[in-house]
Write a protein that binds this ligand. Structure first.
Ligand code: S3P
Length: 192
């Protein structure tokens, strides 16, 4: 939002415009609702949405599972950082990220340049319920997916906790999560 300033200064006005054009960046473990919530926010705020996983797939003409199978996780992480670098330059977008984007500090620094970061949270049980019928996630192709979810969450906990805005989604509807995020985003944009 553009504000009236008693002191005249182009820098202040530019800063306000930049803030008004911030991205909403959704971070969180697999199955925490980044895509669904992102689509809802995008619809309500008329902000285009991009997804780093989709960008990796389109840019490389391969689905994530195939990238993992053929080249391994490290290779995927490099492609993911390349996608993050691209989307970080965008303005006024909803950006949905892959669950492991937190594993590199560099990714978070890039996303923070133009964005407000939200971490969606859910219990391991709820995550399993949400994703149990899907087969597209290479890291969950395991003989004991609920246990794998717990292990990965545990290993990544400190990374997720770094994100400024934590949104617990376990007992909330998509609308409730969407409204919380929009509320925080709008008050951040209008704060002095
Ligand atoms: C990953 C999460 C996936 C995808 C890839 C790795 C992870 O994205 O990026 O399979 O490391 O948690 P979603 O969180 O959208 O499932």
């Amino acid at each position: 939002m553009l504000k009236r300033f008693t002191i005249s200064g182009r820098m202040c006005i530019l800063f306000e415009i930049e803030k008004a054009m911030s991205n909403i960046v959704l971070i969180g473990f697999m199955g925490t609702g980044k895509t669904t919530v992102g689509q809802q926010i995008s619809k309500e705020l008329w902000m285009p949405m991009v997804d780093t996983d989709t960008m990796v797939e389109v840019d490389n003409q391969m689905i994530i599972g195939e990238i993992f199978d053929r080249y391994g996780e490290d290779y995927f992480r490099n492609l993911e950082t390349a996608a993050v670098r691209k989307v970080s330059k965008f303005k006024s977008h909803v950006i949905s990220t892959g669950g492991g984007v937190v594993l590199r500090f560099e990714n978070l620094n890039l996303l923070q340049e133009n964005g407000l970061l939200f971490c969606l949270r859910a219990t391991p049980e709820e995550i399993f319920e949400r994703i149990k019928d899907e087969s597209r996630r290479p890291l969950l192709k395991d003989s004991d997916p609920p246990n794998k979810i717990r292990q990965l969450l545990q290993a990544r906990q400190a990374h997720y906790q770094r994100i400024e805005h934590q949104i617990e989604t376990t007992n909330l509807s998509i609308e409730e999560v969407t409204n919380q995020i929009i509320g925080i985003y709008q008050s951040a944009r209008s704060s002095p």
